[in-house]
Write a protein that binds this ligand. Structure first.
Ligand code: GDP
Length: 137
């Protein structure tokens, strides 16, 4: 059993596809252990994406992530990190496999509908950034 952090990004929240994206997880063996809709502050977004600080798109990425509310979730299941990444599809929706969340709901490499942790180690750190232990059920 593994846990991973998923974020439904501002583009998908604004499009009204929260339910459709949550359904992808629940229909594919990932349980929703925690879920909330929040507005990220600039500091939250900068801390979350600190690993990308030196990348040329960092400013755009932070601006996008604070442009509207997001939904943060803890997904739980066997191989949750890899399974979530498979369901998400490639970072660039133009390269995302048919039937993946990004192929179906994302518009561009920056407005790409969802975030998913890329390792179990990062998942634990990302989950702790948004949820207290008492909120994960
Ligand atoms: P992910 O793990 O698939 O989300 O991809 P990364 O960790 O490599 O990048 C984090 C996020 O930065 C991506 O989901 C995109 O929203 C954004 N991003 C990555 N590459 C680019 C880029 O070339 N341009 C812009 N504007 N955003 C990017």
């Amino acid at each position: 059993m593994e846990r991973t952090l998923s974020i439904i990004k501002p583009d998908a929240v604004k499009k009204g596809v929260i339910g459709k994206i949550v359904d992808r997880f629940e229909s594919n063996g990932l349980r929703i252990a925690a879920l909330k809709k929040i507005q990220l502050s600039r500091l939250d977004a900068e801390a979350f994406y600190a690993v990308h600080k030196s990348r040329p798109f960092f400013g755009e990425l932070v601006a996008f992530m604070i442009s509207a509310p997001v939904v943060v979730m803890v997904l739980e299941g066997a191989n949750a990190v890899a399974k979530n990444r498979d369901l998400m599809g490639a970072t660039n929706p133009k390269e995302a496999a048919k039937g993946t969340i990004r192929a179906d709901f994302a518009d561009s490499i920056d407005a790409n509908a969802v975030h998913g942790s890329d390792s179990a180690e990062n998942a634990a750190k990302e989950i702790a950034q948004f949820f207290g232990a008492f909120e994960i059920l």
